[in-house]
Write a protein that binds this ligand. Sequence first.
Ligand code: ZN
Length: 186
Amino acid sequence: MVEISSYLYEKGLVPGKSGNISIRFKKDEYERVAVTPSGLSLKALDENDIIVVDTKGNVIYTTDKKPTSELLMHLKIYGNRDDINAVVHTHSPIATGFAFAGEKIERIEGFGAIKVQFIPFVDYYLPGSVELAEAVSKALKKTDVVILKGHGIVALGKNLDEASILAEFVEESAKTQFIKRVLSGE
Ligand SMILES: [Zn+2]
């Protein structure tokens, strides 16, 4: 998690203190979720910054950190999906720019089968709110990535590698489409 966090930061996908990631795992028959902390940049986390919670969000392990303010969103996503074990939430600048402008991002070749032409939007709700957690987890029942209007991206994967590659791919897709529009004057 520490490695992927700094990778996402280096790639410019989680500027400042934005973004949060999690994984779900089993420990002694119990389902646990490890998440990044609130109030810290993903730039240079260390192992002690990672927090482990149960499926209801009760803290099982921490040094002195609080879980990300989007914890409920992560937990609700896992609650709806047995087939994924990693959630990556980024504020990647170009895709988020599309989201602020209300412009759709096309799902281009390069990441598995294309089932929908555009990456679905989720309406704007306050970051960290129950409403946002509800809306995002509902939208992610049937797809593996959504754009949050005026906010950022949430990508899912079987593991953290897959989820982070998907988040990165969305940003690269947004770049391609931005350049295409500039050059073609669309
Ligand atoms: Zn966010």
